[in-house]
Unconditional design. Structure first.
Length: 404
C-alpha cells in the first residue's frame, strides 16, 4: 500500500470537520484549567509565593535525574525563569547550552545567578547516566545525605527514574517531581490529586497523551497505529500505552506494538532498536506515534524520519514541536513554550518555601495545546492538506531541518 492510499482517509476526515474536534478539545482543556484553578484557590491561598529566607539563610536546592534528556534541561530552565519572574532569583538571561547539559546549567546557576533567597550547591547535582547500577548507588547516596546531613531543603527529581527513587518514605525532604510522563502509572504518586506522601509533589497533565492520539486520529484517520517502546514498567509509562489502547478501543483502530530498549547507558543500542522497529512497523501500519525514549534523539531522528517518509507513514511526536521541525509530521506543541509550566513549578516551589507541604499543593497543570505540522513531510508522505488543517496549526515548518 503506498502513501497516497494509506492516508486517503485523512482527506475524508479533514474536509470541513477538523475544526470541530480541535475546538472541542481546546474547550475541554480550558475548562480543566478553570476547574484546577478553582480547586487550588481553596487549599493554596494561605501560602504566599513571595520571596522569603529560611530563617535568615538561603534555601538550598538539590537536583537528581536518571540521565540526560532534552526535556529535563527545558524544565529546569523554565522553572528557574519562573523563579526569576516571582523575584526569588536575579532576573537575567540564561545562556543556551547547546548540548542541553543540565550539569553545566546547574554549575552556571550556582556561579552566576544572584539571589538573597536560593542557592544551588555545586555538590547537590546528581545524575545516574541511565545506568542501573549507578542509579542504585546514587539513590542510596542521596537518601543518606537527605537524612544525615539535612543540607538540602528542596530536591528536584527530574524524570521517572528520579521520581521513583525519591517519592517514598525513606526520607522526608520536600521533593518536586518534574517531567515524568505518567507519575501515577509509574508508581511515583498515589493519584493525580494526592501524591501519597507529605513531602512529595509531582506535576501531572492526566489527559495530555489522550489528546495527542485523538488529534492525530482526527487528522489522519489511520486504521493501524504503530507504537515502538520498551516493554517495561517505565517504558509503558513513557509511551502511555494504556491510554493509547483506550483511545483505540473507543475509535476502532488497531495498535501495533514493537519493543525497543530505552533506559540503558548504550544509546547506540537504544537507537538501533528504535530504527529496527520503525522498519518493521512501516511495513504494516498507516501511522506511527513516536514515543519519548532513549533511542529517539538527535542522532536517530533523521533516519527515523526517512524510514517513515519512504513508506508514506504519517508520524506524530509525543515529545513536541521540536521533533516536527526535524521531520516528524505532527505534534501538539506547548502554547508559550515551557514558560507556563515553568511558572507553575516555580510557584509550587515558592509555596513550599513559604511553609506548604508539597502534598497540599495542586499537582494538575494542563497545557493549552497548539498544533505543529511539517509541510515538507506532508508532501513526502502524500498528504493533501485542507485549509482547515493549516488554519488549526500554530507552528508550521516548511522544511525538514537537521538536528545540531
Amino acid at each position: 500500500m503506498d502513501g497516497l492510499n494509506r492516508i486517503d482517509t485523512a482527506r475524508m476526515v479533514i474536509g470541513g470537520s477538523l475544526m470541530r474536534p480541535l475546538a472541542k478539545m481546546l474547550l475541554v482543556v480550558l475548562m480543566g484549567f478553570a476547574l484546577s484553578s478553582f480547586q487550588a484557590s481553596a487549599t493554596e491561598s494561605q501560602f504566599s509565593t513571595s520571596p522569603t529566607t529560611n530563617n535568615g539563610q538561603k534555601w538550598r536546592i538539590g537536583y537528581y535525574e536518571g540521565g540526560a534528556h532534552n526535556n529535563y534541561y527545558d524544565y529546569l530552565v523554565a522553572t528557574m525563569r519562573g523563579l526569576m519572574v516571582l523575584g526569588w532569583l536575579e532576573n537575567r538571561e540564561i545562556p543556551f547550552e547547546k548540548d542541553r547539559d543540565t550539569e553545566a546549567l546547574w554549575q552556571w546557576l550556582g556561579e552566576n545567578v544572584k539571589s538573597d533567597y536560593i542557592e544551588f550547591p555545586k555538590g547537590a547535582y546528581y545524575s545516574a547516566g541511565w545506568d542501573q547500577d549507578v542509579r542504585n548507588t546514587t539513590r542510596d547516596e542521596i537518601v543518606k545525605r537527605l537524612n544525615e546531613k539535612s543540607d538540602i531543603d528542596v530536591i528536584i527529581a527530574m524524570g521517572t527514574w528520579a521520581g521513583q527513587d525519591l517519592a517514598n518514605d525513606r526520607h522526608a525532604t520536600p521533593t518536586m517531581v518534574m517531567s515524568s510522563s505518567d507519575p501515577v502509572k509509574s508508581g511515583i504518586i498515589k493519584d493525580v490529586e494526592d501524591s501519597g506522601f507529605d513531602h512529595v509533589h509531582a506535576r501531572v497533565d492526566p489527559f495530555r497523551y489522550e489528546r495527542q492520539v485523538e488529534v492525530f486520529h482526527d487528522i489522519i484517520g489511520f486504521k493501524k497505529l504503530g507504537v515502538a517502546f520498551e516493554d517495561s514498567l517505565n517504558g509503558r509509562s513513557y509511551a502511555a500505552i494504556d491510554l493509547i489502547e483506550k483511545v483505540a478501543q473507543n475509535r476502532g483502530f488497531e495498535v501495533v506494538r514493537c519493543y525497543t530498549q530505552s533506559d540503558i547507558a548504550d544509546k547506540t543500542l537504544a537507537g538501533e532498536s528504535v530504527k529496527n522497529c520503525f522498519e518493521e512497523l512501516a511495513q504494516e501500519v498507516d501511522a506511527i506515534y513516536v514515543t519519548v525514549q532513549g533511542g529517539v534523539n538527535s542522532e536517530t531522528i533523521p533516519e527515523l524520519v526517512a524510514i517513515a517518509n519512504e513508506h508514506g507513514v504519517a508520524t506524530f511526536s509525543q515529545l513536541g514541536s521540536e521533533e516536527v521541525k526535524y521531520g516528524f509530521l505532527l505534534s501538539i506543541s506547548r502554547a508559550g513554550g515551557f514558560k507556563p509550566v515553568g511558572l507553575f513549578l516555580a510557584a509550587t516551589a515558592a509555596k513550599i518555601f513559604n511553609g506548604a507541604k508539597p502534598r497540599q499543593l495542586n499537582q494538575i497543570f494542563e497545557e493549552v495545546p497548539n498544533l505543529a505540522i511539517n509541510l515538507k513531510t506532508a508532501e513526502k508522505v502524500g498528504l493533501y492538506l485542507y485549509a482547515a488543517v493549516l488554519a488549526a496549526s500554530d507552528e508550521i515548518y516548511r522544511d525538514i531541518e537537521v538536528p545540531q
